[in-house]
Write a protein that binds this ligand. Structure first.
Ligand code: URA
Length: 247
């Protein structure tokens, strides 16, 4: 792959901008492909996923497709055109927001949304097929939520969540795949669907109210505790494989 095509594919701007970055010597890490000369736009790079390089002194990795997790803080909307709150996408560096798909700048997209006030694990990708599979209701990918309520949780509420509750827009009851009380006013609940405000509406349907909501897990993928709120990281090949197996 030509170096300018590589940079364009990774979201570093138009081909012209990428050619400019190369010409100004801002790209480092491809010296082995350029011989004694500094790498030029036409330098052929043998790409491998995860290959490190730097742009204007900032470290980056080549990824043919982007798969990442963001530890979403409260106070961010999962929308490119947010209303009252900043966009969760603004927490990502520009190349991830500018990655082209079939030549058109689209950036990565969130796989399902979290409410503005919900924190935790948000997956993002520029792989349309993966996004579709992971968010399709057919595939029932389990998602674990840690919930804090304003009233005490009791066994009756847990039983109702497991048996199924009726939400106002659907006569068919929705069930928690798992629900477990973890404290006086806390519980963990696993859902395999993703209806609008589903956790908050299910908790309201059993006579309680959510005061804090955190998504800790999607499939086998757990939000790692050492990823600070507001930070993101690439998924590893094995994490991706285990998620893909779920759908
Ligand atoms: N259910 C909700 O009510 N809110 C979320 O953000 C996610 C699931």
């Amino acid at each position: 792959m030509r170096l300018d095509d590589l940079l364009f594919s990774q979201g570093f701007g138009t081909r012209r901008v990428c050619a400019g970055l190369i010409q100004q010597g801002f790209i480092k890490g491809f010296e082995q492909f350029a011989g004694a000369e500094p790498a030029q736009s036409a330098t052929e790079i043998i790409v491998t996923d995860g290959m490190p390089f730097s742009v204007q002194g900032k470290a980056w990795e080549y990824h043919e497709r982007a798969y990442l997790m963001l530890h979403k803080p409260a106070g961010y909307e999962c929308s490119h055109r947010p209303g009252a709150w900043p966009s969760a996408y603004s927490l990502l560096p520009a190349p991830l927001r500018q990655r082209p798909t079939k030549g058109v700048v689209q950036g990565v997209q969130a796989i399902g949304r979290l409410d503005q006030d919900t924190t935790g694990l948000l997956l993002l990708t520029d792989d349309g097929q993966f996004l579709h599979k992971m968010s399709s209701p057919k595939h029932h990918v389990p998602k674990v939520y840690q919930i804090t309520t304003d009233r005490e949780v009791d066994t009756k509420q847990i039983e109702k969540l497991l048996a199924g509750v009726v939400l106002n827009d659907d006569p068919k009851p929705v069930k928690a795949a798992a629900a477990e009380q973890t404290g006086e006013k806390t519980l963990d609940m696993t859902l395999t669907e993703g209806k609008y405000h589903q956790v908050k509406r299910m908790i309201a349907a059993v006579g309680n109210h959510v005061v804090a909501l955190h998504r800790s897990q999607i499939g086998n993928l757990v939000l790692n505790e050492d990823l600070p709120s507001g930070q993101w990281r690439w998924l590893s090949a094995s994490e991706l494989e285990s998620l893909s197996k779920k759908c």
